[in-house]
Design a protein around this ligand. Structure first.
Ligand code: FAD
Length: 670
């Protein structure tokens, strides 16, 4: 089980192997030539589903695991306990639904408690949701769904107030009592509410954990969710999970529920260097893929421009130096003290993150350096201690004193803008399966997330899901509750649980991470992505061959399940990153440096088909109907298939992004 980190020691190891453990040598290096360029052409926009190199992606559509030995039943099972999961759980419980939260480590182990800068909402005088919407659409580089963004920015301020009602304490002006607001990259207004200076996430997490406990919501910690269970009609019927506990609920079990809310957070751990904690292994996206759900926009991984540089080859979670430091006036400089962002963008250091990350990478190339510097010496000791105590402590723990010297920084994997594709109610393409928070792709972020919109997205869309389920609609999507209420038979496979496939050995996790950073990091090209794809394929092929030939697979355990999830998510991410032959948002292709709206103002949607083959399709719309609005039955399954979604997209005339939903669809909101 991954154990949580301390907020003040972001590089402390969290897996048994530790972030700096030696892994397998870089698998992708120097091997692409031997395997040659990939044989699969990129899917043409609107084209037919394209199998990934013609090979099945996973063999078996579930993680290999012992059969469940125990089961519990609920109305709703929430997977994950960050801002999204706990908000969904609180609201579901308040509506009288029997809600169980299951979470991989401790309740506060996800990214939420690490969030520094704050939460964006139009709370300040003169600011409006419309201005927040404009900034979000600009950052999203033509791929935001304007209706989803409108929901975010208009419902955001009230959601933040409800969060305050749940006990979160934001920094306020000592005289007026008004919430203090700061600015971050891409925002034209001061609209970022923060807490404890730069400890916003820790405060939100504290407040929500306390609120969930006070509300008596059942929580199961150290519970790694493996796979989705479905009923005979293909609807979600609960999850299988492994609990490291004592007594009745120990080992592999099942939580049966007609509504499953995925809130498993991000996937930063697929890269060698990331700001994400050890639990962020993309499990929710992997589960959704195995369950046949669509994932979208996976290629858009945001690399945070200013992560404390700990030397070439540093691995695992790295300390973040929040954008708010730049918001308060810190400058990016090179080794000669030159402010290289001036003249590159009108907002200079406060340009959207991808622009700043690219600016840093370009300057690193120009000067042959492996990092740049963030200079905030002019803040002085008092402001550093008062406004950014967490960052100050993290820097000092690594021997850097920001009060007297510039901070060495370089970009690292930070945020997954894509994820499990949902509609405005958080429904995925699998009836009864919902997703919210970083694991979801609601259409809010497009090709690049605007700073501090993610905590807000978690809040707003979790509330939307809870509203939808509480309104009694989940039954429509999720099938008859009886299907989930049958007693489990210990020692037998759960009804609806698919057979397991090969597991990756725990040590291979590091091979996956190094391959991803080398080939699918900030700078991408067909050559590098091809090498990455070949290296990842070899890891999979070796695991599959061992299972086929000897009937052997890695021992089922937390580390092998996580490694297997990392590999699946990485393979799909590399496939879509190769397919998108342009540069847009946080997807930067050196060999395709221009944005190509004619061909690529579209979403890439990936899905594992019934034969476990990856189909990648593209669509010009974020609009999809997994369940017909108002209908009592789920869609014709064909309507959710990649081929069908392409057909749908073809019927629609190309529209500028941001106008995909007619305004009237806001009537769907709960
Ligand atoms: C260092 C850092 C700073 C950030 N700063 C900001 C900021 O200032 N503002 C902002 O808006 N955003 C910020 N972000 C992003 C933001 O914190 C996240 O996007 C957000 O907190 C995600 O919330 P979540 O609830 O979706 O997931 P998380 O908070 O990551 O929670 C995911 C949960 O799922 C659990 N889980 C994962 N896999 C499984 C499994 N298989 N079974 C059971 N449970 C599982 C985890 O243990 C965890 O409880 C920051 C992120 C980082 C890493």
């Amino acid at each position: 089980m991954s154990s949580p980190n301390s907020p003040n020691s972001p590089t402390s190891p969290t897996s048994p192997h530790g972030p700096n453990s030696p892994g397998t040598p870089r698998a992708g290096a120097g091997t692409g030539g031997a395997h040659g360029p990939r044989s699969t052409p990129a899917p043409p926009p609107g084209g037919a589903p394209v199998p990934l190199d013609g090979t099945p992606v996973p063999e078996g559509l579930a993680l290999a695991a012992p059969p469940p030995g125990w089961a519990v039943t609920a109305d709703v099972v929430v997977v994950g306990s960050g801002v999204a999961g706990l908000t969904a759980a609180l609201r579901c419980a308040a509506a009288g639904l029997r809600t169980v939260v299951v979470t991989k480590a401790r309740l506060d182990a996800g990214s939420t408690r690490w969030a520094q800068g704050g939460i964006a909402a139009a709370l300040g005088e003169g600011d409006t949701p419309e201005q927040h919407l404009d900034d979000t659409l600009v950052a999203g580089a033509g791929l935001c769904d304007a209706t989803a963004v409108r929901a975010l920015v208009t419902e955001g301020p009230a959601a933040v107030r409800r969060l305050i009602g749940s006990g979160a304490r934001f920094d306020t002006d000592a005289v007026t009592g008004e919430i203090l607001l700061t600015r971050e990259g891409g925002h034209h207004r001061r609209r970022i509410a923060h807490a404890g200076g730069d400890a916003t996430g820790a405060e939100i997490s504290r407040a929500l954990v306390e609120a969930v406990r006070e509300a008596g919501v059942e929580t199961v910690e150290n519970a790694l969710v493996l796979d989705l269970m479905k009923d005979g009609g293909g609807r979600a019927a609960g999850v299988t999970l492994h609990v490291m506990g004592e007594g009745r609920r120990d080992g592999v079990g099942a939580v049966r529920a007609p509504a499953v809310v995925l809130a498993t957070g991000g996937m930063g751990q697929i890269f060698a260097a990331t700001t994400n904690p050890a639990v962020s292994t993309g499990d929710g996206v992997a589960l959704a893929l195995r369950a046949g759900a669509e994932v979208s926009d996976l290629e858009f991984v945001q690399f945070h421009p200013t992560v404390l540089f700990l030397g070439q080859g540093a691995e695992g979670q790295q300390p973040l130096v929040s954008e708010a430091v730049r918001g308060e006036g810190a400058h990016l400089v090179d080794a000669d003290g030159v402010r290289f962002m001036l003249g590159r963008h009108e907002l200079a250091e406060l340009a959207p993150r991808d622009i700043v990350a690219k600016g840093i990478m370009r300057r690193m190339r120009e000067t042959g350096a492996d990092h740049m510097y963030l200079d905030a010496r002019h803040f002085g000791a008092r402001m550093w201690a008062h406004r950014f105590p967490t960052i100050l402590a993290a820097c000092r723990a690594h021997g850097i004193d920001p009060v007297t010297e510039p901070i060495p920084v370089s970009p690292a994997a930070h945020y997954a803008s894509g994820g499990v594709r949902t509609d405005l109610r958080g429904r995925t393409t699998v009836p009864g399966l919902y997703a919210c928070g970083e694991v979801a792709c609601t259409g809010v972020h497009g090709a690049n997330r605007l700073a501090s919109n993610s905590l807000l997205e978690g809040l707003v869309f979790a509330e939307r899901i809870a509203g939808h389920i509480a309104a009694g609609s989940a039954g429509e999507d999720a099938g008859p509750p009886e299907a989930a209420a049958t007693e489990a038979t210990p020692g037998r496979p759960e009804p609806g649980a698919p057979p397991g496939g090969p597991l990756l050995a725990p040590g291979e996790r590091y091979a996956v991470q190094r391959v991803m950073t080398a080939g699918a990091g900030v700078l991408r090209s067909e050559e590098g992505l091809a090498e990455a794809a070949a290296a990842l394929d070899r890891l999979h092929t070796a695991a599959a061959a061992a299972l086929r030939e000897d009937g052997k697979t890695a021992e089922p355990c937390v580390e092998s399940w996580e490694a297997t999830n990392l590999l699946l998510v990485s393979r799909v991410l590399v496939a879509v990153a190769r397919a998108r032959e342009e540069t847009r948002g946080c997807h930067w292709r050196e060999d395709r440096p221009d944005r190509d709206d004619t061909r690529w103002r579209r979403h890439l949607v990936a899905r594992l088909g019934p034969a476990a083959r990856l189909a990648i399709t593209s669509t010009d719309t974020a609009d999809f109907p997994p369940v017909r609005p108002g209908a009592g039955a789920p869609d014709d399954p064909g309507a959710a298939s990649p081929a069908a979604s392409v057909a749908t997209a073809r019927r629609r005339p190309a529209r500028p992004s941001g106008t995909n939903h007619p305004e009237g669809t806001s009537g769907e909101h709960p």
